[in-house]
Design a protein around this ligand. Structure first.
Ligand code: MN
Length: 732
């Protein structure tokens, strides 16, 4: 059998069939409140009452609303709750299932739900609503990321379980949707929901979602395969019966209590194998599948021995998922055998509980809540969670167990949207800067600020899954060294470093030009007035090849401007007299020099202070207060290395300086001083206490302020504290 290519006209018959099926009472409204309550024997009376109350509330909220099938809307949430009740999910999941559409479809707010039904239920309902919105804005190309994002966002696995059940019931009634909607929803189900169900180990939901979606998407193909399966089953029946009886009899003889079941392949799994493994229908159907369900784990291995005694096993096809479970918690023994007449046989062997987990995944762990197997079931559940999350979850009671499910399934990644709806995967802790560089290096290099979910946010803010990030760029914006404090991706970090290096190069050249021109100015000349073609000798003497390199060396302190000027002038004019640096004017510090100009921590100069600059190896041009004690030695030995400077007033930045505060010692005075500084909108960088005597301490406080006025205001405020004796700027 080959797959039909064109499915157009013939489809209409199947579409009509799907629609009729969707409207059937047992499909559209399979449960009533009474049939639901009848299922809840595993819950306490109080829990059952809460479920009933949630149903009453939802009925009123959806009063007058109908589904496309023509049924009252409340039939849908009731059906969803029923699906979860079949998996013995806890009462909060059932309540959330009943209420899952009330926020979307009625006037109820999340907060109000929380007041009536408690925050856990409200959180699940809210999570389901959010998840639905995320899925509504999806993009096929990003299926994998969407799955992860959904998982990362839903901190409580019950959110996903409710969403799965919701989608399952919607898929059962998909026949009433328009062609386009049906295809879109079915595609989405195959791309996102079925894989998530698989990831959570919920095989029952996964298989049904796949079957329904496949049928809705490709009705004709689905029908062709289904017919072929029915036909093949007739031919195979004798063989299946023979193997089944042989195995059951042998197990019985060994005293192993077991159910032996002939396994049916699903239509979609056949289709997928035909498509991906390029196998013919016959090749796939030729394999006979059986499942043996036993009571106890040790019986699995004994049963394995029995079947291996009956038929010869195929080498290398044995898998022990009991000893090493799959990450989604699946446990079973798998073996392949040579059956009668050489027919290949696949056998799965597992316990009843392992079967429950295989069908219901995470929910399967609730199934054994009330009986003696609970202990081991809970241990297994914990194992499941910790395997999945690679995190250790804590031991404890059932509530703690539910709590322990509220962990990220993807602890190392965040998933965020670009403005165009594309999803980017970033490491946990990533900032908007990482995001910007992830989009494009140019975006990162010119990034100025950002919006997160439409709100302006700092570039250092850690991103959360599900956020929409928009980077605002400016053509003259440049990477800032502070970005290295919060950029985490290697792409961003290396790009920032690279850019800073280049910036530093051009900033050094600009500063070097200023410094050299200043000294040359004292000799009534300038860089532009010199004929550098005649001065090449000086370049080689100073170890540079061209003017820019010379300026860069001056700007970063490798060559002193004074020395360079002396050499240039004496090479230019043999009669040259040494220039007196004192005659040169101050260098202007405008605040935009970036990395090559810094401010001395010793004296903490502020805009408006009389300042000088000094080339310090490794730090570049360091600005000090004119009277800074740290410069007295330099001033005595090499005064020409101290460059008078002038800061222009429009510098809008934070400056560090140090205050010496003498205080009377008493409890809490440090905190009071620090609080006063912060309340003045200044920053506290460091606090150092020298104890003078029993009564008085000297506190050196490193602070950040905007300018001299800001500092003066702060000092006035500090003096008002009664325990403060005096306040002064540190002199050195
Ligand atoms: Mn729904």
């Amino acid at each position: 059998m080959s797959l039909p290519q064109a499915e157009t006209r013939e489809e209409s018959y199947f579409v009509a069939q799907l629609a009729a099926e969707a409207k059937r009472q047992d499909v559209a409204a399979p449960a009533t409140i009474d049939s639901l309550i009848a299922k809840l024997t595993y819950l306490s009376d109080e829990e059952t009452t809460l479920v009933r109350e949630a149903h009453t509330y939802a009925s009123q909220a959806h009063q007058g609303q109908h589904r496309r099938t023509g049924h009252d809307y409340i039939t849908h949430p009731t059906a969803v709750a029923q699906i979860l009740a079949n998996m013995n999910m806890d009462h909060q999941s059932l309540m959330a299932a009943l209420l899952h559409d009330v926020i979307e479809d009625s006037e109820t707010s999340r907060a109000y739900l929380g007041e009536i039904f408690g925050s856990s239920v409200a959180d699940i309902v809210d999570g389901v609503s959010k998840l639905s919105k995320i899925f509504a804005s999806r993009d096929e190309a990003q299926a994998e990321n969407f799955q992860k994002m959904a998982m990362a966002m839903a901190k409580d696995i019950r959110v996903i379980m409710v969403k799965m059940a919701d989608r399952l019931h919607n898929m059962r009634t998909i026949g009433v949707m328009s062609d386009a909607q049906r295809k879109r929803i079915a595609r989405e189900t195959l791309d996102f929901y079925a894989p998530i169900a698989n990831r959570l180990g919920v095989q029952m939901i996964k298989s049904e979602l796949e079957e329904l979606a496949f049928r809705a998407l490709y009705p004709l193909r689905s029908d062709r395969i289904a017919r072929a399966v029915t036909a093949a089953r007739g031919n195979r029946k004798a063989m299946v019966d023979e193997v089944q009886t042989t195995i059951a009899t042998a197990l019985n003889r060994e005293g192993i209590v077991a159910d032996v079941i002939g396994r049916q392949k699903t239509i979609f799994s056949i289709y997928r194998k035909m498509k991906t493994q390029h196998k013919s229908f016959a090749e796939i159907m030729d394999v006979f599948g059986f499942r043996i369900i036993v009571d106890q784990p040790d019986a699995c291995y004994r049963a394995l021995g029995v079947v291996h005694g009956l038929y010869s096993p195929l080498a290398a096809r044995f898998k022990d998922y009991i000893a090493i479970p799959k990450v989604n918690g699946y446990q079973s023994l798998h073996t392949s055998l040579m059956g009668p007449q050489g027919a290949p046989i696949e056998v799965q062997i597992r316990t009843k509980q392992q079967q429950a987990v295989a069908e219901n995944g995470i929910a399967g762990h609730w199934l054994y809540r009330s009986n003696s197997e609970f202990e081991s079931s809970q241990q297994r559940a914990r194992q499941w969670v910790s395997d999945l999350m690679e995190l250790q979850s804590r031991a404890g009671n059932p509530m703690e167990f539910i709590e322990s499910l509220k962990i990220d399934l993807f602890p190392d990644e965040v998933y965020v949207f670009t403005p165009k709806g594309k999803i980017l995967e970033l490491p946990r802790g990533a900032s908007p800067v990482d995001f910007a560089y992830c989009v494009h290096t140019d975006i990162g290099n010119s990034c100025m600020s950002c919006r997160i979910d439409g709100q302006l946010a700092p570039l250092s803010q850690q991103l959360q899954s599900g956020q929409k990030v928009e980077i605002i760029t400016a053509p003259d914006s440049k990477p800032n060294p502070a970005w290295l404090n919060f950029a985490v991706t290697s792409k961003a970090r290396s790009a920032i470093r690279n850019e800073l290096k280049q910036q530093q190069g051009s900033q050094s050249i600009a500063l070097g030009r200023k410094l050299l021109n200043r000294v040359l100015g004292a000799a009534n000349t300038s860089i532009n007035d010199l004929d550098f073609r005649r001065l090449r000798r000086v370049f080689s003497e100073l170890g540079v090849r061209k003017l820019d390199e010379l300026l860069e060396s001056i700007g970063n302190g490798d060559v002193s401007a004074h020395l360079a000027a002396q050499k240039l002038l004496s090479a230019d004019n043999p009669d040259y007299q040494a220039i007196a640096v004192e005659g040169a004017g101050p260098v202007t510090i405008a605040g935009g020099e970036g990395l090559v100009v810094s401010y001395g921590r010793c004296c903490g100069p502020l805009p408006g202070d009389p300042i000088v600059g000094h080339m310090t190896p490794g730090k570049g041009f360091v600005v000090h207060v004119e009277t800074c004690n740290n410069l007295s030695e330099v001033r005595r030995r090499t005064p020409h290395e101290i460059t008078p400077a002038r800061s222009t007033s429009d510098v809008d930045d934070e400056f560090q300086t140090v205050l010496r505060v003498n205080v009377r010692r008493r409890k809490g005075i440090m905190a009071e001083v620090a609080a006063e500084i912060t309340s003045c909108d200044a920053g506290v960088e460091s606090i150092n206490v020298e104890e003078r005597n029993a009564e008085i301490s000297t506190v050196n406080v490193g602070i950040t302020v905007r300018n001299r006025d800001h500092l003066a205001k702060l000092m006035r405020r500090l003096r008002r504290i009664t325990a403060v004796i005096n306040v002064a700027r540190r002199a050195n």
